[in-house]
Each structure stands twice: as C-alpha cells, then as structure tokens.
Design a binder for this molecule. Sequence first.
Ligand code: AMP
Length: 218
Amino acid sequence: MRLIFLGSPGSGKSTQAGMVSDKIGIPRIATGDLLREAVARDTDVGRKAEVYMKRGELVPDDVMLPLVERRLGEADCSEGYILDGFPRTLAQAVGFEEILARRGEVLDGVILIDVEAEKILKRLSRRRLCVECNTLYNLDGDPPLENERCKKCGCELVLRNDDAEDTVRRRLYIYRSNTVPLVGYYEAEGLLRKVDGSGSIDSVFALVSDEISELRRS
Ligand code: AMP
C-alpha cells in the first residue's frame, strides 16, 4: 500500500503515520527526518537544506525529489510506504507522479489530518523532539511526560529549532500557501480522505484506521 499523509505542522500526521506504519508493516518515510539526518551527518544535501530549514522555509524541489526517489529505492519500500511531509508543493506532487510512473506503482490514497489553526499553534509550542530517535512528544500528552525524557530510548527531549514561535508562524503560512493546494489536487483525483484530527491520538487513529480499511477494500 502506498499512502501520503497530509496535514499542517502540528496536526499529528507524523504520529498517526507512525502508528499506521507499525500496524500494517510498511515504512514511514518522513522527509523532515531524512533532512535532519542529512544535516546531522553534514552531507551535501544536509548543507543545502539547513539554511532553509532554519528559516522554516521549504527545501528546493531539486533537492527533495532525488532524495525521496533514492529512499524509495531501498528494499524496505518494495511492499509500500507512507510518505509523511512529502509532497509539500504542487511541483513535488507532479514530480512524485513521475517517480511513481518510473517505479510502475500507483498511489492508493491520501489521508488529510485536519486540525484548526489555533489548536495547532498551542500544540507546537508544547512539542518536543528526541535528540536520538526523532520521536515527537507533546508535554501535555496523554499521559503527560513527567521527566521530559524519551519514553523509547531515555534520551533528552528538545524544542525543535524550527518550533520557535516566529518560525512556526512562517511554517504555517508556507503550509497554507504551498501545501493546502494539494488538498484540491488529490480530491480531484478521487484519492483524498479527510480525517478530523482534533481528538485524542487514539480517537484520531480509529478514524484513520477506518479510512485505510476502506481504501484496502476499494
Ligand atoms: P517536518 O519535519 O516535516 O516539519 O520538516 C521540517 C523542515 O524540513 C520543513 O520546515 C522544511 O524546511 C523541510 N522539509 C521537509 N519536507 C520537505 C519537503 N517535502 N519539501 C521541502 N522542504 C521540506
């Protein structure tokens, strides 16, 4: 199965995509994680991407498309994958169709996790990232994190440097102007499934799972 998870920064799409990945046994490919790893390893891609990421801006398509195509070429993607944070522009969506065509694959569906803007701002300021395994947490989570350390590996949690308030506002603006048009694009293709992302992690996951079951039947 090949899926795209769409949603604003802070919508919970990565958490949901991760849960679906665990449930159906296909990898979650998060382009933000790929880029953060490239920055940490100081690769060519990392050096190009870092300036844009620090400003909360989109990394150019000519960096993103080859990065994604290379990652999808790895063995774990042969039975499917969940794209999280890609595509983020119409040009990337078109580029991704070309990648699919080269790979002889089709996209099964696009899950949009929909959350109102006010809730997003609040969530992002309380979000923390594990420095070691990239797991995201919310300090007000259920149950709330007590010692501000990662539940998986025990490492330190930090505010992502692009979760500072000015950068968050910029990322939300960029989401509205660049990524929201993808909603109409995939709706027109009959691939879009919209899920209300305002509830608890488990209640949103139940809604997401229903949509995926329906996609599997269709
Ligand atoms: P994320 O972890 O998905 O919020 O991504 C963090 C940052 O990485 C974004 O603010 C962008 O600077 C960059 N990024 C991630 N995915 C993409 C993409 N598909 N296109 C362009 N930039 C991206």
